[in-house]
Design a binder for this molecule. Structure first.
Ligand SMILES: *Cc1c(COP(=O)(O)O)cnc(C)c1O
Length: 411
């Protein structure tokens, strides 16, 4: 007997037309017939509804930023520029993409360790805000500003002395390449002010992919306290504080939706009780996967069905070169199954236990392991959900000479 492994929860908002998975009113088979396979499909309607729910839940006046590394596909980015209050970038390449997508320089902030001089120069020329990650990066930015005759807009990225509990990827607490340690913050701000540059405030990001509202609430409260302490030490109010994000989405069996109403209510309470020094500060959160992850699905066609020692393998024309995260090779310790379905048999009951694999010649290329699926054959289409973030752009598309998947934004 082959033991069936559960798959993650299919995000709500997906519908069936004629028994098939449909996105934006188009069936999976129609989408693949028109745009080829493998294909990432992103839903405008789901992007819109996610942002609307988030705005309704979060305190009035809180800026909602999109961390574009989650999905830099130009039509998605362009749409997110229209929905979000700011775009957070992490490279010169992302800067150009954000500007091309219509983002206002004043609403772009640039974080990330290892910014090259040419990237700092581009960012200062464009007038975007730079989240400074170390005192030496600060010196380079100030020097480049002088050479350009332009005032750099500089915020300090702080390495917080806490982390986001239960987060999938810790980016604060302890020794980190991200941000600067707390004791370096005040002297660096002083250097910025003395140099006549525009000090924007703080960026404090403590982690990613948390599904616990309590953990996020605790981190936000620690973040506000840290921002207040730093402001007092500096003796000046920060104009802007980016509180980070870390809102997760359910990928795996047993994962539950984050309670954003609870997070929003707690944050509203905290913003009402701010210490005086932060009373005129503008706050933001920055989210990637929460805004776009569930709005994307990866479609890949079955090219072979085979049996080995009683196990059924559905071999697809896609794989980890497009969906590295679903294969369990992008920051996960134990491989678990993403939500998956046979897209053109979306309403059929499970009939067998199968492993869905990619076409790459490596045992790592597994999209779903011993999952219960309706009986599928060659030509059928597999859907892997939660493909709207860290899919196409975070996978090694050139591995084995395969090349990228197509991507499309539908209604
Ligand atoms: C990657 C990143 C994000 C987005 O993370 P998500 O888990 O996709 O929300 C936000 N801020 C910073 C600084 C990041 O590096």
């Amino acid at each position: 007997m082959i033991k069936t492994k559960p798959t993650g929860p299919i995000p709500s908002g997906y519908e069936a037309i004629d028994g098939e998975l449909a996105i934006g009113g188009l069936t999976a088979s129609a989408l693949v017939a028109q745009h080829g396979s493998p294909l990432f499909v992103y839903s405008t309607r789901m992007l819109d509804s996610r942002m609307a729910q988030l705005r309704a839940a979060m305190p009035d006046g809180l800026d909602l930023h999109f961390a574009m590394k989650a999905n830099p596909f130009q039509p998605v980015l362009h749409h997110m520029v229209g929905l979000a209050d700011g775009i957070d970038i992490a490279s010169g390449g992302e800067l150009r993409m954000a500007l091309e997508a219509g983002a206002e320089p004043a609403h772009i902030s640039f974080a990330g360790p290892g910014k090259r001089d040419d990237e700092l120069e581009e960012a200062i020329k464009a007038g975007v805000s730079i989240n400074i990650e170390s005192p030496s990066e600060c010196d380079r930015a100030l020097k480049i500003g002088v050479a350009l005759g332009k005032t750099p807009r500089l915020a300090i990225r702080v390495n917080p002395n806490f982390d986001l509990k239960g987060s999938g990827m810790k980016m604060g607490g302890g020794a980190k390449p991200f941000g600067m340690d707390i004791e370096l913050v005040a002297p660096t701000v002083k250097r910025i002010l003395d140099a006549g540059a525009d000090w924007r405030g703080f960026h404090i990001f403590a982690g990613s992919q948390a599904l616990s509202a309590d953990a996020i609430i605790e981190t936000q409260s620690q973040t506000l306290a840290l921002a207040a302490d730093l402001a007092k030490e500096i003796g000046r109010a920060p104009e802007h504080v980016n509180l980070g994000g870390g809102f997760g989405i359910p990928y795996f069996p047993g994962d539950e939706q984050l309670d954003i109403i609870k997070v929003g209510n707690a944050l509203s309470d905290q913003l009402r009780q701010l210490p005086d020094i932060l009373s005129s500060t503008q706050f933001a959160i920055e989210l990637g996967r929460y805004l776009v992850g569930e709005a994307g699905v990866y479609l890949t066609r079955i090219v072979d069905r085979k049996e080995s020692q009683g196990h059924i393998f559905l071999v697809t024309d896609g794989g980890l070169h497009h969906q590295l995260a679903a294969s369990g090779n992008f920051g996960t310790v134990v491989r678990r199954n993403y939500p998956a379905a046979i897209a053109n048999r979306f309403e059929e009951e499970p009939a067998e236990t199968v492993s869905i694999v990619g076409c790459l010649c490596t045992p790592l290329d597994r999209l779903s392991d011993n999952a219960a699926m309706p009986q599928a054959s060659v030509g059928d289409i597999v859907a892997i959900f939660c493909a709207g973030a860290y899919g196409a752009s975070a996978s090694p598309a050139n591995f084995l000479g395969q090349g990228p998947a197509s991507e499309i934004l539908v209604q």
